[in-house]
Structures are given as structure tokens and as C-alpha cells.
Design a protein. Structure first.
Length: 90
């Protein structure tokens, strides 16, 4: 008869399960802003190819948590998208 292994599954927890809300999170990695890196395109209402990347199919502006854009660049994006909408470029 095969022997049963008792308790092996209890002792094996992933590292994420051991984390507490009071412990600093070692596993969180920082995402870099694609518009703040060197050689990134300039955010402007005339740059329609760039603006279309940050607009959904329904025409809504995508949030920064999805696009990984910094707050400063997100504000610039939203203003330029709204300007392009007013001028009927988008």
C-alpha cells in the first residue's frame, strides 16, 4: 500500500501568501512611463498616431494604471486628446 504524506501541502505556501499588509512588499516592481523615457515622442494634439494608442475603441481616454503613464504625462495626454476631439482630428 502507498504511504500517505501528511502535512506536506500545509508547509508549502507561496511567498505572496506569507506577505502581510504591514510588511514592505519586495515583489512589487516599478513600471516606467513610456512617454518619459529618452527618445519618447512629444505629446501634442497634432500627433494623432500617438493619441490613438491612449484612446479606447469607444473613444474614452485609457487610465494611467493600464497604460503605465506618469501623472504629469497623463494630464498632458488628456488635454491634447480633448483638443484633438474639439478640432475633429480624432
Amino acid at each position: 500500500m502507498p504511504k500517505k504524506q501528511n502535512g506536506n501541502k500545509r508547509n508549502k505556501q507561496s511567498n505572496f501568501a506569507k506577505l502581510s499588509i504591514f510588511q514592505p512588499n519586495k515583489y512589487k516592481f516599478k513600471k516606467t512611463c513610456p512617454l518619459s523615457i529618452k527618445g519618447a515622442p512629444k505629446v501634442d494634439y497634432k500627433n494623432i498616431k500617438l493619441l490613438k494608442k491612449y484612446v479606447s475603441e469607444n473613444g474614452k481616454i485609457l487610465p494611467s494604471r493600464i497604460t503605465n503613464v506618469s501623472q504629469k504625462k497623463q494630464r498632458e495626454l488628456s488635454v491634447s486628446i480633448k483638443r484633438a476631439r474639439n478640432l475633429a482630428l480624432i
